[in-house]
Every structure is written in structure tokens, then in C-alpha cells.
Design a protein around this ligand. Sequence first.
Ligand SMILES: Nc1ncnc2c1ncn2[C@@H]1O[C@H](COP(=O)(O)OP(=O)(O)O)[C@@H](O)[C@H]1O
Ligand SMILES: [Mg+2]
Length: 147
Amino acid sequence: MQQTLILLKPDAVQRRLVGEITGRFERKGLRLAGLKLVQAPRALAEQHYAVHKGKPFYDSLLAFLTSGPTVAMVWEGREAVAVCRTLMGLTDGAKAPPGTIRGDLALSVQNNLVHGSDSPENAALEVALWFPEGLVSVAGVDAQWVG
Ligand SMILES: Nc1ncnc2c1ncn2[C@@H]1O[C@H](COP(=O)(O)OP(=O)(O)O)[C@@H](O)[C@H]1O
Ligand SMILES: [Mg+2]
């Protein structure tokens, strides 16, 4: 069983796609272990995207992530990290295949609606960063059906 951090970035909230996107993770069979609306402070955004510091799009990316409310979620389940990345699609919305969140709903490379952890190790760090208060992780009664 794995956990992953998913962010619905400010464009998802502003475009009123929170329900549409959340429903895709939910219908897949993943289980929600944390959920909140956050106006990300600059320091949180800097820590979250520290790996991209120095890249040409870094300043713009931080301005984007702090520009409005973000929905932070933790989803758990079998292979949750890879499953969520597959559901999200490629980074660039113009290249992401149809059927994926970005492929169906995004055109931009920066404003691509979602963040998902890229490894179990980074997931653990990102979950701790966005949910220092902890999670609500209880056994799902449907576990025998969804795996
Ligand atoms: N070339 C780029 N120009 C503008 N923004 C970018 C670019 N590459 C990535 N980004 C933004 O930075 C975020 C983090 O990049 P990256 O970790 O490479 O993608 P992903 O979110 O798919 O893991 C992307 O989701 C996107 O919002
Ligand atoms: Mg990434």
C-alpha cells in the first residue's frame, strides 16, 4: 500500500474542475487519506518545488502556485504513485494523451492542473510537507474489491 501527494493547482480551482479531477482518482479505487484547501505561502511553494530552483520557469511556477487556493490531497492504494501519474498524463497538456487529466483538460505546460509525487520517497516528503498535522488513514471496507 502506497500514499501519494496530489495537488489540484490554482488553475483547477479557478476553472472549477476540482470535482471532475477528484472524481477520477476516487473512481480508480484509491482512498482519500487527507484533503484541504490551502492558500500556499511562498515558503511552502519554494520547498515543494525546490528541485526546480534555477530553471527558467521557476519564478513563474512559484507565482502560479501561490496565486490562489490549491486543493491538497493524499490518496492511498496499490501502486498509488505510479497510478496517479498515469491518470495525470504527461506534464505538457498539449502532449498528454486523451483519457488523462491533463490530456483531456489542459493545454498549457505550466498551468497543467495537477501535481503528483514522482516516487514513494518524494511522496513521503511531500505528504509531511503539506500535511504536518497528519492524515486520516483507516482501513477501507471495500479493500477486498479494489485491491
Ligand atoms: N517548460 C516549462 N515551462 C513552464 N512550466 C513548466 C515547464 N516544465 C514544467 N513546468 C511546471 O512545473 C511543474 C513541475 O515540473 P515537472 O516536475 O517537470 O512536471 P510534473 O508536474 O509532470 O512532475 C509542472 O507540473 C509545470 O506546472
Ligand atoms: Mg514533478
